[in-house]
Design a protein around this ligand. Structure first.
Ligand code: 9MR
Length: 567
């Protein structure tokens, strides 16, 4: 494994004016002296650590370091205790202001059906278009269903984003990712800094079309989601290769047959939700697209109500992930919330208010993801003006605030505070995505209350992701002294082929997973404590993959944190 430090810091930056915490790994029972040095090696502050004993999620014996009182902006600071020195870090708002765009740039790299052009990404990351039916590709222009389904039609499902390190395109996961990118914009427009998200902010082909680039990027996915709708209004769960391809395989080199899996109620509601959200956001920007999206959403919503329990096959994981979910109460609630927020129609309102999840009942400290979508409906209802009773909107906001308080309580007891907890104390596949999403709950609690502790919580979560963790990795590529390099990806496969690149800056690794669900994890990490179940290895797909849904969560909080970081 990579070297771990004894002095664990955010390897990227602490923002001026906010708290600055670090962790010392030490068995000493007495307080130790810490020294903060500037880039010239001169001591600028000293203080004493606070011994905390053994930490549950890492197993480390730790002391806490609080150097909040030092607040002079600069680069290349280090923290030292005795002979142990941290990775360097900045005291600056600049890195988070860069990450807001780097995290969004990820999505262009993941685009299917279009050449990734050197003028936007540089020669290292440029590649031909994938899955336009140019040999050896076999898709995605005219894709049949899996042979056992007999659906009797083919669909043109070119475009969209590849999900992750693989070349699958999965509606439930692509949908939440597009939703979160769109919500980043919608929140900023309603209560934040939309000017930072205007046209010309990203290096993408649409950068001068007069539409905010963040919307252009999301639309690349939404257009694909609409194409996944079957003639009967239901939406296919996913399209992917018939068999898993090897690493590395660039998208244009994939020679596998591409197949649609069956339609599912989850995918249908997911598309309805995102298409309704798009219709709202695009209403004046592109009325024709808005109308098309709303028509698709309306048809999908009706189809889902007529087929309320069509569950995606949990065993369908050859050549692509299953993304199966058998609890759909949350998808129904989310779709109804988006339909209501967009249309104001009574039938959708009735579906929202009669749901068992109404008034924040799905907001928990476990968080939200592709299988737990209810909180996204609540975020929309809390942010977008609508006709629901004010006290019900207050109840929704209170659910976010109460959950944020639970996170802060738990974080106060941790050596490496992260806002995430499974009921059984494990860390699951994509834990960093949950950390990032739960950071958005803290952020919303700040939006709703203005209480500074919630803003501190968001930055604590960023510190964890940027290296204040027991494995001393910055989980964001290109950021920090020891960032992840070998993420599981079929193009960014430098570890396997030195002519290929590592991940570009701003990509979030899935992070520690105590389930040890791949051969590398099983071989290297037996007995690991949850926050230590991580290795930066390309074959460790259950630990170190990258996905659109984890990067959408990163982009959401990076944009929020940049907005709250002053100048
Ligand atoms: O993110 C998904 C995680 O929640 C599941 O536990 C895991 C196993 O089913 O699958 C993850 O999703 C993967 C998907 O199936 C295929 N593309 C890559 C995704 C991230 O590893």
């Amino acid at each position: 494994g990579a070297p771990t430090k004894k002095v664990q810091v955010d390897q990227v930056a602490y923002v001026p004016g906010l708290a600055k915490h670090a962790t010392l790994v030490s068995n000493a029972t007495a307080a130790q002296t810490w020294t903060l040095k500037n880039s010239a090696g001169a001591t600028v502050a000293t203080g004493r650590t606070t011994p905390k004993g053994v930490d549950t999620l890492s197993g480390d014996s730790v002391h806490l370091i609080d150097f909040s009182s030092y607040d002079t902006a600069g680069t290349g600071y280090t923290l030292a205790v005795g002979a142990d020195t941290s990775f360097p870090f900045d005291i600056s708002a600049n890195p988070i202001k860069k990450l807001r765009y780097d995290s969004l740039a990820f999505f262009y790299h993941q685009r299917s059906g279009i050449a990734i052009d050197a003028q936007y990404v540089g020669a290292t990351y440029a590649r031909p278009a994938g899955h336009l039916n140019v040999a050896p590709n076999q898709g995605d222009n005219n894709v049949p269903c899996r042979s056992d389904l007999n659906c009797g039609y083919t669909l043109d499902v070119r475009g969209g984003w590849y999900d992750a390190g693989d070349h699958g395109k999965y509606v439930v996961n692509g949908g939440i990712s597009a939703w979160q990118v769109l919500n980043t914009y919608e929140r900023a427009k309603l209560i934040g800094d939309a000017a930072a998200l205007g046209d010309g902010k990203l290096a993408i082909p649409e950068k001068a079309n007069g539409v905010p680039d963040i919307l252009d990027e999301a639309r690349w996915e939404v257009d694909f989601l609409l194409k996944m709708q079957a003639p009967n209004g239901m939406v296919h769960h996913k399209i992917h290769d018939a068999n898993w391809t090897a690493l590395p395989t660039l998208p244009h080199q994939d020679n596998q047959a591409r197949r649609l899996s069956a339609t599912s109620t989850a995918a249908t509601l997911n598309m309805a939700a995102v298409a309704a959200q798009s219709a709202r956001i695009y209403k004046t920007i592109d009325p024709a697209f808005s109308a098309k999206a709303l028509a698709a959403a309306t048809k999908a919503y009706a189809a889902a109500k007529a087929n309320p329990n069509k569950i995606a096959d949990p065993n369908d994981s050859t050549g692509g992930g299953a993304y199966s979910d058998n609890v759909l109460t949350d998808e129904f609630y989310w779709a109804a919330a988006e339909m209501y927020a967009t249309t104001g129609e009574a039938s959708y309102r009735a579906d929202v208010t009669s749901s068992s999840l109404y008034k924040g009942q799905s907001v928990t400290d476990r968080g939200y993801d592709w299988g737990s979508t209810g909180p996204m409906g609540d975020i929309t209802l809390a942010l977008v003006p609508n006709g629901l009773p004010a006290q019900d909107i207050s109840a929704i906001k209170s659910a976010f605030v109460a959950t944020a308080d639970k996170h802060l309580n738990q974080m106060a007891s941790l050596a490496y505070p992260a806002p995430y907890r499974e009921p059984d104390g494990t860390y699951v596949w994509g834990s960093n995505g949950l950390v990032a999403n739960n950071a958005s709950v803290l952020a919303l609690a700040y939006d709703f209350t203005g209480a500074a502790k919630y803003r501190e919580g968001v930055f604590e979560a960023l510190h964890y992701l940027f290296g204040r963790n027991p494995v001393s990795y910055s989980y964001v590529s290109g950021y920090g002294g020891q960032p992840v390099r070998n993420v599981h990806h079929r193009h960014w496969a430098n570890q396997l082929n030195s002519t290929l690149p590592i991940a570009p800056p701003g990509v979030l690794s899935g992070g520690p997973n105590s389930g040890l669900q791949d051969p590398i994890a099983a071989r290297m990490l037996q007995g690991c404590k949850p926050q230590k179940c991580f290795v930066d290895h390309i074959e460790a797909y259950s630990l170190n993959e990258v996905t659109v849904n984890w990067n959408s969560a990163l982009a959401w909080i990076a944009n929020w944190a940049a907005e709250k970081s002053g100048t």
